[in-house]
Design a protein around this ligand. Structure first.
Ligand SMILES: [Fe+2]
Ligand SMILES: [Fe+2]
Length: 271
């Protein structure tokens, strides 16, 4: 494992222009109205697909926002799960590592216009922030914050914006992407027996301005302090298991399939 500071360096000379451009588009286009529209459009749960079929579709997707990884996303998922397994973490957490980015499957029915396609990923991946209140300087490339039209709207551009003090992060809208999508899909999945901690890991792992940047203190409640512990624990495996080692899903399927069936059942998931 490399040193921690070697990851997530957005100012390194070799970070591609594409990463920066991704964040420019994401910050510009992810307004409160956009997020509300995406909830209406993508949270229909009308597309049944088996977990393993969904996993295999991630073989075709490379996350443009990740400066540390240029492998198909399924490799990152298996690496995260195998890191948790090597540390003897609970079975549900290993499974969470394996599926935490599976919401990126949205690209299969996404569009360039929504930023949810293979070509345009600004509504799919990248660090998320709260919409409906002021964008904090802890966002990567904070110079792009002013491009978001909500930041010119006095209803949205204050510390609290449309929210109440201490409302908690379960009660805000985050920028749209794979985290919220998978959380909502699993929340709707009748056979889901994953513990609450797993759902927190899935929903908030990209919320860097909060879990790493320390922003949004006025909006947080007591529960969020517990969430922060959960996320920090999980995040080590999301970040520091990244390596060039390649896996084949079929090699690890015998191990993970019974765990997946224990927590997610055997039927299809409705996307
Ligand atoms: Fe992710
Ligand atoms: Fe990840």
């Amino acid at each position: 494992m490399e040193e921690e500071k070697a990851f997530r360096n957005y100012e390194a000379p070799d970070v591609s222009v594409a990463v920066k451009e991704h964040y420019r588009k994401m910050r510009t286009n992810q307004t409160l109205e956009y997020v509300q529209n995406m909830h209406k459009k993508y949270l229909k749960f009308d597309k049944p697909m088996d977990l393993w079929e969904a996993m295999r579709h991630l073989n075709k997707l490379i996350d443009v926002s990740d400066p540390d990884l240029d492998l198909p996303n399924i490799q990152h998922l298996i690496q995260s799960a195998e890191g948790l397994r090597a540390d003897n973490r609970p079975d549900w957490m290993q499974l969470t590592g394996l599926i935490h980015d599976l919401g990126k499957i949205m690209y299969m029915w996404g569009s360039d216009e929504d930023g949810t396609s293979q070509a345009e990923q600004w509504g799919l991946v990248g660090d998320v922030f709260i919409v409906g209140c002021k964008l904090p300087d802890s966002c990567v490339y904070p110079e792009f914050n002013a491009l978001n039209e909500d930041m010119a709207n006095p209803e949205y551009n204050t510390t609290l914006g449309i929210y109440e003090k201490g409302c908690g992060i379960d009660n805000v809208d985050l920028a749209w992407g794979h985290d919220e999508y998978l959380y909502q899909v699993l929340n709707n999945h009748k056979e889901n027996k994953l513990p609450e901690e797993a759902m927190v890991m899935i929903r908030y792992h990209s919320f860097y301005p909060w879990h790493t940047g320390g922003s949004y203190t006025e909006l947080l409640n007591e529960k969020d302090a517990e969430y922060l512990e959960i996320i920090r624990d999980f995040n080590k495996y999301d970040l520091y298991t990244k390596s060039p080692k390649l896996y084949d899903l079929d090699e690890v399927l015998d191990y993970y399939k019974p765990i997946a069936e224990k927590y997610l059942g055997t039927g299809p998931i409705y996307w």
